[in-house]
Design a protein around this ligand. Structure first.
Ligand SMILES: [Zn+2]
Ligand SMILES: [Zn+2]
Length: 445
């Protein structure tokens, strides 16, 4: 009989490209701050994350300063994306300051959240152009905000006010539409595009089509979308159902498997979490109206385990692919490679020791997040992060954290990542291909 030894492997620490720590949203604030969220991340083998700075009254500079303060207690390295929540000349000017002075190389635009964060196509086009000129990556939350607003009204009129109304009001077709629109506008501007939290087959297929045509589009599924389906939203217990509310919503069974397949074949490139947690009390703000349930689920601590179990243990991807989708590709996209995302001479020593023959079990009572619920509660699987090392220091071992507030560093991300290679050449080719202007005899000389 074939026998193999129990052996742990040394892997690159995870990088989570999508988190919201200490974010003020929907009248409250996410309950994991830069210390508790990062401690949870380290216990789960993630050694760096990129969070979204939210501007203050539209000011990017004020937003950046606020997040610098929030991040003072960090115990692991982090970087920032910047959300764009309105558009005017000063926002455009401040984008340049962010890129040239503050180490930000990506901006997120919202095609949803009508009346608050949403921007229309005219402004999205301005944003895409600005990103291109700065060498910054444009990111989109892709859902049709006007139609979502309509869908919400429809559900309320039908008397559907519970968490299931959240999913019913914003079906996958609206995610597919906005994804397609953003992709086409980015193609028109000729700039790379990053689609955050790809939750549906509809959106994934648009990304697939664009990539096959040669367009530079990155698709980021999140762990909740990869391993869960929407059944929890129909749970008769409000708190249980409300914990699954996030946008775009977790889809019905089938989307999860399709997203896994897309990840295994390179249609989607990396896995985030959209870790954005609110506790039961905060979720209860929407007890009478799903529109008031703060949106967001956990995942920063669970991502590395769930992706291993779902993708590697199931035989869908290799260990090399695992490192790529949980770490290396993120470092490349955000221009951090090989300082991050690799174990090389000169790289930061962010390393995990992973035992494929051990096992994990997820529980709201034992996780390190401050929230009192967990959307993956009760899940068990193969593989375990036994040791986490950051910058050469052991911070997680024998199920014990040894983290120091203030020890995490802000990592600046320079513009013009590999995604911008060749843009100047394709622009020149386009310009030289224009069969115009035509000289006409009747024009003034
Ligand atoms: Zn979003
Ligand atoms: Zn998010």
């Amino acid at each position: 009989m074939f026998h193999h030894f129990t052996s742990s492997v040394m892997l690159t620490g995870g990088i989570d490209p999508h988190t919201h720590l200490a974010m003020e949203f929907m009248g409250t604030e996410t309950i994991d701050d830069f210390f508790s969220g990062q401690a949870a991340a380290l216990a789960g083998g993630t050694t760096m994350h990129i969070d979204f700075v939210i501007p203050v009254n539209g000011s990017l500079v004020a937003g950046f300063e606020a997040y610098e303060r929030k991040a003072k207690k960090s115990c692991m390295d982090y970087g920032f994306h910047m959300a764009i929540t309105k558009w005017d000349e000063s926002v455009s000017r401040e984008m340049e300051i962010m890129v040239k002075e503050k180490g930000i190389n990506s901006f997120k635009f919202f095609m949803a959240y009508k009346g608050s964060l949403m921007i229309n196509d005219e402004l999205l086009l301005q944003g895409l152009k600005r990103c291109k000129s700065l060498g910054a990556l444009a990111m989109v939350h892709a859902e049709n905000g006007d139609a979502v607003f309509e869908g919400q009204k429809r559900m309320i009129e039908l008397g559907i006010t519970g968490p299931e109304g959240h999913a019913l009001s914003r079906p996958a077709v609206l995610e597919g539409e906005a994804t397609a629109r953003a992709i086409r506008l980015a193609r028109f501007v000729n700039t790379p595009l990053y689609i955050v939290h790809v939750m549906s087959i509809d959106a994934m297929e648009e990304i697939s089509k664009a990539r096959k045509s040669g367009q530079k589009v990155i698709g980021e599924p999140v762990v909740s979308g990869l391993v869960l389906d929407d059944s929890g939203l129909w749970d008769p217990d409000f708190i249980t159902a409300a914990k699954y509310v996030m946008s775009p919503p977790i889809r019905e069974s089938g989307h999860d498997k399709a997203l896994q397949a897309a990840l295994s074949t390179g249609v989607l490139q990396l896995v985030g979490t959209d870790h954005c947690v609110f506790n039961s009390t905060q979720k209860a703000l929407g007890i009478d109206d799903f529109r008031k349930i703060p949106n967001g689920v956990n995942g920063i601590e669970e991502r590395m385990h769930l992706v291993w179990d779902t993708m590697v243990e199931s035989g869908q991807i290799s260990v090399t692919d695992y490192v790529r989708i949980t770490s290396t590709e993120c470092a490349r996209i955000f221009n951090l490679y090989p300082r991050k995302g690799a174990i090389l001479t000169g790289s930061d020593a962010d390393i995990i020791i992973f035992n494929p023959n051990s096992s994990f079990e997820i529980s709201a009572s034992s996780h390190h997040s401050r929230t009192d619920t967990n959307v993956f509660d009760g899940r068990k699987g193969k593989g375990k992060v036994e040791v986490t090392i950051v910058g050469g220091r052991v911070v997680w071992q024998d199920d014990e954290l040894k983290v120091v507030p203030g020890s995490g560093k802000y990592i600046e991300m320079p513009p013009f990542s590999y995604l911008f290679n060749g843009i100047d050449k394709s622009d020149a080719k386009y310009l030289s291909s224009l069969r115009a202007p035509v000289r006409r005899f009747n024009s003034a000389s």
